[in-house]
Ligand binder design. Sequence first.
Ligand code: ZN
Ligand code: FE
Length: 254
Amino acid sequence: MLNIEIIPCLNDNYSYLLYDRDTNTVAIVDPSDFKACDQIISKKYNKLDYILNTHHHFDHVGGNEKLKEKYKSKILGYEIDKNRIPGIDICLKEKQNFKIGNTSFEVIFIPGHTKGHIAFHFKNEKIVFTGDTLFSLGCGKVFEGTNKQMFNSLNKLKNLPIDTKIYCGHEYTKKNLEFCLEYDSNNELLKKKSNWIYSKMESSLPTVPISIGEEKNTNIFLRCNEPSIKNALRLDNASEQEIFSKLRDLKDSF
Ligand code: ZN
Ligand code: FE
């Protein structure tokens, strides 16, 4: 059994503390900030076996070295980022399986936001950590890869079972909602969801996790084949991937 605790860090980042109860194994996904993470780790478990990084950006690896120093943790990241992830010990490969105690995950390679971005898919638990690739109602900016790579990466995530829970790297949901409503204004499920999002925001509660199924119905970046969206962009005959690129460009200046 795997416990997950959300740790809000910095302005709008989320780190995730994982606990494999059967084996008393502790791991953290993307420790943005040493202090915020350690406050909870030291109080709850006072140990940290593994640090999992989705990508090399500072707001995801900022706590790596101090946590490693304090807890002698092993740091895991994608192999091609071995020179960019601070303190990395274990270089993961695409589709590799790794165990946190008795709980295993598979590495999904999802480049686009960065060249070495990965997701951690816990198949049995139906959980995926998507970093800055898939957010609730949005997707990450394409910094190092191409729009095509990002599109393909999102498709990999979109094809996971619909009841898979998504834990993403940032709380960007409100801003993402505004963008989705702009170009997918007739989506009833999206409108329904907006009330739920505003109530979470009012209580300062996270809008994660969300499910793949929900996102397929409401996240515009996963709906690039919808005729109504193509029409709203006045690109009725464009391909799914062209619609994605257009939306990504529009979102960059939204
Ligand atoms: Zn990032
Ligand atoms: Fe980030």
